[in-house]
Design a protein around this ligand. Sequence first.
Ligand code: ISE
Length: 323
Amino acid sequence: QELRIAVVGAGRMGSDHIERIHRRMERARITAIVDIDEAKARAAIDGIEGAKVYTDFTEAIDSGEVDAVLVATPGFLHEQVLLPTLTKGLPILCEKPLTPDSESAWRIVQAEVAAGRRLVQVGFMRRFDAGYRAVRAAVESGEHGELLALDCEHINPEVPDAYTGRNLIDDTVVHEFDGMRFLSGEEIVSVRVAGGKRSKHAKEGLMDPAQIQMETESGVRITVNTHVTSQYGYAVTTRASFEGAHVQEGLDVVTPGFEERFLDAYDAEVQEWIDASLAGELEGPDAWDGYAAAACCEAGLKAVDDLGQSYPVTLQEKPELYR
Ligand code: ISE
């Protein structure tokens, strides 16, 4: 059995996933690539037999040649692809963010609840990283006692000139919003941002480095040190402090970018999605996780403009489908 995939969006992540599915994934092939920029889609499809280019998404999902959809357009365009795909009952892998704000993310949750089964996996690839899984296993086993604190680094070599506090929260720290929910197994209840001495490479108007501080329901204290213009490379580290030990991962791993750091995680993420889609039951990070991360981002956006002030994260009641 083979999953026939439509990739929507042939930009940086879309092309990366096309390459991955074509070269390394099992039990799947690409049958459609959708992009409003036809030339870009043609370039991405080059050499992939049997795949067709579409500029209209609806034509692709109505072609009868698509079993599942991978969404890799910019976040603000996700909803218009997600809603019709959910109505058709096709499994989706949606790059993060699910949607840019919690109100639209909640519409996706409701559409999935109406469909009655889990059809959306959100592209939070860190949940598939071996180091993250080891930390999660230590939390779940309770072998070192209670989890007390999580301290993280999130370092990028460089970001575009147009990168602002919004990008810091929505594109960068969104990974920790989801990742820390995953590791702790709890919701985040508040977000605060602390500043400090700025790097001479910091983008105009951006606190860089910065520290994002959060707290979970049971009071687990979380810090994320961001530095998005390090010049020297990409690094993501986590230290989990338990009552009886600490567990660290990612230390001393510096790569040119996130693609190298999380290559295996991306591969595992996509292969597990393919296999779950074929089995008819998605697991992995779901629409609720996408919604909760969007709510954290909303609090984070306020916090990044108001250094030192704590903002609460407010969530709707969790539907039965996600319990
Ligand atoms: C990017 O979108 C990512 O996913 C990276 O993991 C993150 O480090 C980077 O800041 C984001 O822009």
